[in-house]
Design a protein around this ligand. Structure first.
Ligand code: NAI
Length: 334
């Protein structure tokens, strides 16, 4: 049965990597009818609700979206469309599996961990104001409801996927109330899952241990900001942002996207690595229970990496986005 999926090409390298992914999924026989919707950065003014509505409505209807990155102007302009979408659709869990791709040279060869990031609050509440000239306040919001929900999501995920250990990452030595509440909620949920080890680590120490001994981590459970930062760090452990996929999961709908941004430095040059987007699409196919197509794409991409002749420049090759994609399509098995 064909499933409708909202497709958001996005900004910068977004259209290039989503085009590559759609080509590949169609060639792999994924049963998808794409419903394409525009969403781009709006520089110089706030993103109006009316502009977001058709997009949100489409995802509410299809319940699944595949999204390219959307630029957010730094310091000025509209608030992040990405953050607004996650909130509008209540996509509270951000899931980012980080694993070595066979054949890619990277600092470590034994990384296999999953990041679970709370996706709706913390410093991403967007509550900022000028108290007086030269003084600004940014509010970090942590609630019991959202922290308990993400903790339960992480432990359920661990149990379902056979993961053994969850490391809760925090800075509760300094932010005793906010990060303290986050930890308390996890501590209350953890005893319901005696089969899964639960440990806690301060975020700075966690960063150091990740770059020295990444193989000791299984799952990381973090509030929004630490999750955002450590996701890029973990991408660096396995060869860069071109390789790490992501999923934003809610009770009503889910949105799949790479960890990386719109990469303005390489946009429009046919240089982007579409792997992170393709791996996000594999997560989406599994979510849609289209496992045969997911397996075909996964095998083909691994084949191309192991062969090593058609890789993009971020992972040491010379191929363009399109050449890499064609090689993966050619490697699809019947
Ligand atoms: P970025 O992830 O776009 O780029 C960081 C570096 O990684 C750049 O050197 C870039 O060329 C490289 N890179 C990223 N993806 C790549 C790929 N697929 N293949 C090869 N190289 C790749 O991060 P940056 O520059 O901080 O952000 C650019 C814009 O993207 C900003 O406006 C930011 O707000 C937005 N952004 C959007 C996200 C989303 O839509 N979910 C997530 C992260 C950032």
């Amino acid at each position: 049965m064909t499933t409708k999926v909202t497709l958001i090409p996005g900004d910068g390298i977004g259209p290039e990597v989503t085009r590559a992914t759609v080509r590949l999924l169609d060639a792999a026989g994924a049963q998808i009818e794409w419903v394409e919707k525009a969403a781009t950065a709006v520089v110089g003014r706030r993103q109006g609700e009316t502009e977001m509505n058709p997009l949100v409505e489409s995802i509410r209807e299809t319940r699944v979206a595949l999204k390219g990155p959307i630029t957010t102007p730094v310091g000025v302009g509209n608030r992040s469309v990405n953050v607004a979408l996650r909130r509008a659709l209540n996509l509270y869990a951000n899931l980012r599996p980080v694993k070595n791709m066979p054949g890619v040279k990277s600092r470590f060869q034994n990384v296999d961990l999953v990041i679970v990031r709370e996706n709706t609050e913390s410093l991403y509440s967007g509550l900022e104001h000028v108290v007086a000239p030269g003084v600004v306040e940014s509010l970090k919001v942590i609630t019991e409801v959202a922290s308990t929900r993400i903790a339960r999501f992480a432990f359920e995920y661990a149990r379902r996927l056979g993961r053994r250990k969850i490391t809760a990452v925090h800075k509760a030595n300094i932010m005793k109330l906010s990060d303290g509440l986050f930890l308390d909620c996890i501590r209350k949920v953890a005893p319901e899952y005696p089969d899964i080890k639960h440990e806690e680590l301060i975020v700075d120490n966690c960063s150091m241990q990740l770059v020295m001994r990444p193989e000791t981590f299984d799952m990381l459970l973090l509030e929004n900001l630490y999750g955002d930062i450590l996701s890029d760090l973990c991408a660096g452990l396995v060869g860069g942002l071109g390789l790490v996929p992501g999923a934003n999961i809610g009770d009503e709908s889910s949105l799949f996207e790479a960890v990386h941004g719109s990469a303005p430095d390489i946009a429009g040059k046919n240089l982007a690595n579409p792997t992170a987007m393709i791996l996000s699409a594999i997560l989406m196919l599994r979510h849609l229970e289209q496992h045969a197509a997911a397996n075909r794409v996964e095998k083909a991409i691994q084949h191309v990496y192991l062969e090593g002749r058609h890789l993009t420049s971020d992972v040491g090759g010379k191929a363009t986005t399109e050449e890499f994609t064609s090689a993966v399509i050619a490697a699809l098995e019947d």
